[in-house]
Design a protein around this ligand. Structure first.
Ligand SMILES: Nc1ncnc2c1ncn2[C@@H]1O[C@H](COP(=O)(O)OP(=O)(O)OP(=O)(O)O)[C@@H](O)[C@H]1O
Ligand SMILES: [Mg+2]
Length: 149
């Protein structure tokens, strides 16, 4: 059986990046796995387990290297004031398609179809194609929810 090495991560206190338990609880950008926070000019994608964080980080890094996702930076294990830990990684910000297209859940336009085709060429079969899962970086459509690569 192939063993997957854990990714390297740094332990930080949430206060060092201005994150509180409240910012996580109030985040409107919460998916099934990720809670997304905008911190300065970057995004912090927070998960409840190191396995889930490591997996999403690897997926996004693979796609980012092909220009298909926002860049991702280092991983952090972030302790909150209540002692709980979020497993997170820093990510480039995208303009979410849902926001650009007035909350429309499915945007089957040329950008979306083109992204799907580029993902397909990279061997990624993209099914969860709602407009909360993709967006724009520097005018180019990218996948922001990279689970399942
Ligand atoms: N790089 C990013 N830039 C801007 N917003 C983002 C980014 N990544 C995530 N978001 C926001 O956070 C939300 C949740 O992130 P994401 O889709 O990765 O989580 P998830 O748990 O996998 O979601 P799902 O509910 O689709 O399973 C997105 O719908 C989007 O609004
Ligand atoms: Mg999502």
């Amino acid at each position: 059986m192939q063993t997957v090495q854990p990714v390297k991560s740094k332990k930080i206190d949430s206060s060092s990046v201005g994150v509180t338990s409240g910012s996580i609880a109030r985040s409107e950008n919460r998916g099934v796995y990720a809670t997304f926070l905008k911190v300065g000019n970057r995004g912090l994608k927070c998960y409840n387990s190191p396995e889930s964080r490591d997996q999403h980080y690897r997926y996004q890094r693979t796609l980012a290297n092909k220009g298909l996702a926002p860049y991702c930076d280092d991983c952090v294990d972030m302790t909150l004031p209540d002692g709980s830990v979020k497993y997170a990684y820093w990510s480039g910000l995208a303009e979410v398609a849902m926001d650009r297209y007035d909350g429309e859940l499915f945007v089957n336009n040329e950008d979306c179809r083109d992204l799907k085709a580029r993902l397909g060429d990279a061997g990624y079969d993209w099914h969860d194609d709602h407009s909360g899962n993709w967006g724009y970086v520097n005018g180019r459509a990218v996948l922001i929810d990279c689970s399942g690569y």
